[in-house]
Design a protein around this ligand. Sequence first.
Ligand SMILES: Cc1ncc(COP(=O)(O)O)c(C=O)c1O
Length: 398
Amino acid sequence: MPHPSSRISGISPSGKDGWEVHFAALARFQNGEDILMLSVGDHDFDTPSQTVEACVTAVRSGHHHYTQLPGLPRLREAMAKIASEATGVATTADEVLATPGGQSALYAAVQATLDPGDHAVVVAPYYATYPGTFRAAGASFTVVEARAEDGFQPNAKAVGEAVRPNTRAILINTPNNPTGAVYTPETLEGIADICRRHDLWLFSDEVYWTLAGSRPHLSPRALPGMKERTLIINSLSKSHGMTGWRIGWLTGPAELIRLAIGLNLVSTYGLNDFVSRAAIEALENGYGVKEIADRYAARREIFLAEMRGFNAVTVRGSEGGMYVMLDIRAVEADCERFAWELLEAEKVAVMPGSSFGEAAEGHIRISLCQPDALLQEAAKRLKRFISAYPVQDKARAL
Ligand SMILES: Cc1ncc(COP(=O)(O)O)c(C=O)c1O
């Protein structure tokens, strides 16, 4: 065939991608092996039935047609209302672009603000698609690691030191995947200050905003001078239990959103009609939001209660979102090796922290997307595995 573009070839450079343990475990699970899958980041339950029924009604009512490029007006209004509630900043429909999922909102944010050769600062540990999203725009990026010892709160000084003359944006994610860290007001203020001083965009990935743990969700958009430079990535995937429906949105200044509509023109040509209508109902009525948030809060507590008093591991971050991060360095320095051996010995699949960047080396990420009893069983197996871990390996790690 003729040559593909270097842009497309460069999105996912070949080689290891960090998902090896997960996919090996998944293949065995699908072959009928009794593996406890704590490596997945998707709900174990269906979309709330009211949302499903709203979709069925929409399909049966003939909503089979093209929709407005930035989203149906009522959908944008519903998204703006949620954005107002989630960020505490009054938001209008023209400040919202409906997209097929949060990932697409992030893609739109990057495409709308970075030219080839521009640079961004990305805080790690981060969601796995971030690097490829910048590469797809021909932009470079510097990763700034939030340290495990700081509970994975980013250090604003380190973020500031990564800013270059061609830096255009900083990307953060709170509540965080993979660490479950929920950024403090001080952390966000420090990062906002850098954005204001260097005239940067702040991409704020807030797809886990309903799972913020014990504190109310705090968006940097609410900080002084940030409304005009913050682009929020949002989604119904986590909050409303709608991962497979592919619906999310970007919130930002009306002028930038107006320009970004062009991306919907040339990529999706607008969203699916009946999915949009189900999403309107889900957003306007908050279908499933509280139940899902309560469920993850309870699961986090159940898993952490099992680990309490087990001193071989240290819990880091793990305040919100859908994940718990365990520091296993006192047992084994090589978290990938640990994850493979845990899978072999106890049939528990977890993600090695190294899949998410250097800062999460020596950690494992536990997904809470499983029922309570399974989480308890996994915690028991994990403790048994660690207690039996060969002494020479413990010594090697220390
Ligand atoms: C931090 C983060 N951002 C964005 C996304 C993308 O979500 P969506 O399903 O809406 O594309 C995910 C999905 O797991 C995520 O964890």
